[in-house]
Design a protein around this ligand. Structure first.
Ligand SMILES: Cc1ncc(COP(=O)(O)O)c(C=O)c1O
Length: 492
């Protein structure tokens, strides 16, 4: 798309600001009417301007699903900034963009090829669309207890076996910033005329610095869904979906988004997307330069702490790991005899450091444009303190059996996730559920990777893993029984 707009403009933000200055008697939603009816404790705490800007789709503010003025212009600016042909703003996170991308590509019964380690929103997309997943098990690294991305040869193999597949979805990057060879995957998809959808929730910053991995659209993806809120300067839930090329029907994507989105989108979220886009268009490279500097400095200092290891590359070569985002710091604490959950708790309680993602062996820290040198110093000091204490206490190596991510089923599903979701179910004891077909989507959160999913036969390793991570402090989401003593399965 050729540049037609002034990147210094932020049309939604500027118009919203102007609207808050206009004196009038409001007889429209929201009920608090410019903050005047808000509970006083909220306005005292957050300030009146936030609520004055909480406006509905007034004529000058355009309409999210029929954009003709400021939203249209802001979305076009975003498309130019992120290297897309067309961009949609999302007020319900990348979750809604991922579900919509699946609905826009797959009808009921259509096949989609994807890694088993997808985010739970993908399973929602499968349930709503009726698409049949063809899962690829990404390579698992036992040293790190992490799954990497999908290799292009695995995608090619799956497409050979399922030439009728409609789409391939990649998680690019993973939560740990690991990137698979998306250029090669894109070539394979183009050769077969199959759409490539990228869950780029963790990668919206990639466009802005040469030392970051290549952005999914630049590498040849047709669609990219990005959580602007996760790493850039937008409010929580503010995301974007971008499309490049003409292989995906934009009207169907638009219609799918409308199925999933509130008819009262928050202008605070939309304005934050607009402002975050402008910030990155004007200063993105410098902001990422500094973020990368902080990330590299943290990585080097933590790597020098005895008892800790920092993820740099895979422990054995794999095509599921071709690049890494240096703004993600992944620390393996297992040599201290601690789980990632315990390390996370101790870091928070004793050192005032809070990570993004604890897992059985690792803790992952997101360094982003909001971090400072002081944060990094605190992180390094916290990890030094932790290592000193637990090495000195002789806990090194630990006496607890290692907790490995279960080998999740690469087998075809017994039922489509949709059929399992709507099937008659029964509730049974979790320990009796092995080989039964799950009716539930159960995942520790974060990272939100389902361990049980509707339609999949339940394996013993998955039950053991869920009990073990729960004992070690993970929050299980999606289970009808939060204690996970029972589970819902499809009636036989
Ligand atoms: C890989 C991945 N994809 C998608 C999502 C959903 O993103 P959002 O929270 O913006 O809905 C997440 C959220 O954690 C994620 O980790």
């Amino acid at each position: 798309m050729s540049s037609t707009h002034n990147p210094k403009k932020a049309p939604i933000l500027e118009t919203l600001q102007a609207c808050t200055q206009r004196c009038h008697a409001p007889f429209y939603t929201p009920g608090h009417k410019h903050g005047r009816g808000m509970p006083q404790e909220l306005t005292a705490w957050l300030g009146l301007p936030v609520f004055q800007a909480d406006l509905p789709e007034l004529p000058e503010l355009d309409n999210l699903f029929s954009p003709q003025s400021v939203i249209q212009e802001a979305q076009e600016l975003a498309a130019e900034t992120f290297g897309a042909d067309r961009t949609w703003f999302l007020v319900n996170g990348s979750t809604s963009g991922i579900v919509a991308a699946i609905l826009a590509t797959c009808s009921s019964g259509d096949k989609i090829i994807l890694p088993r380690t997808v985010h739970r929103s993908v399973i929602s997309g499968l349930i709503l669309s009726g698409a049949m997943p063809i899962f690829i098990n990404p390579e698992y690294d036992p040293v790190w207890d992490l799954a990497w991305g999908m290799g292009p040869e695995a995608v090619e193999g799956a497409l050979n076996e399922h030439p009728d597949a409609k789409a391939v979805m990649v998680v690019y990057p993973t939560y740990q910033g690991v990137c698979s060879d998306i250029e090669a995957i894109a070539r394979v998809c183009r050769d077969r005329d199959v759409l490539l959808l990228a869950d780029e929730a963790h990668g919206p910053h990639f466009t802005f610095h040469r030392d970051l991995p290549m952005a999914a659209l630049a590498a040849g993806a047709d669609v990219s869904v990005q959580s602007i809120h996760k790493v850039l300067g937008a409010l929580t839930q503010a995301s974007m979906v971008h499309v490049k090329g003409d292989r995906l029907d934009p009207d169907r994507l638009s219609a799918s988004l409308q199925l999933l989105t509130s008819s009262s989108p928050s202008y605070l979220l939309l304005a934050s997307l607009d402002a975050a886009r402008r910030q990155m268009a004007l200063d993105g490279e410098a902001l990422m330069e500094e973020t990368l500097r902080l990330g590299r400095s943290a990585q080097a200092q933590i790597a020098a702490i005895p008892g800790l290891r920092v993820l740099d590359g895979p422990s054995a070569p794999t095509s599921g790991f071709t690049a890494r985002d240096r703004t993600r710091i992944v620390v393996n604490v297992s040599e201290l005899g601690l789980s990632g959950y315990e390390a996370d708790e101790l870091l928070d309680e004793k050192f005032g450091v809070v990570c993004e993602l604890p897992l059985p062996k690792t803790v992952t820290f997101i360094v982003s444009l909001g971090n400072t040198q002081t944060d990094i110093d605190r992180l390094v000091a916290g990890l030094e303190g932790l290592a000193r204490q637990f090495r000195r206490e002789g806990a090194c190596g630990g006496d607890r059996p290692p907790l490995a991510f279960p080998e999740l089923s690469p087998k075809p599903l017994c039922l489509s996730p949709r059929d399992a979701f709507f099937a008659p179910v029964e509730t049974i004891r979790a320990i009796d559920a092995v080989n039964r077909i799950s009716a539930e989507l159960v995942c520790p959160y974060p990272p939100g990777i389902p361990i049980l999913m509707p339609g999949e036969a339940i394996c013993a390793a998955a039950i053991d893993y869920l009990h073990a991570v729960k004992t070690r402090g993970a929050l299980l989401t999606g289970c009808s029984d939060p204690s996970f003593q029972t589970v819902q399965v499809v009636q036989e």
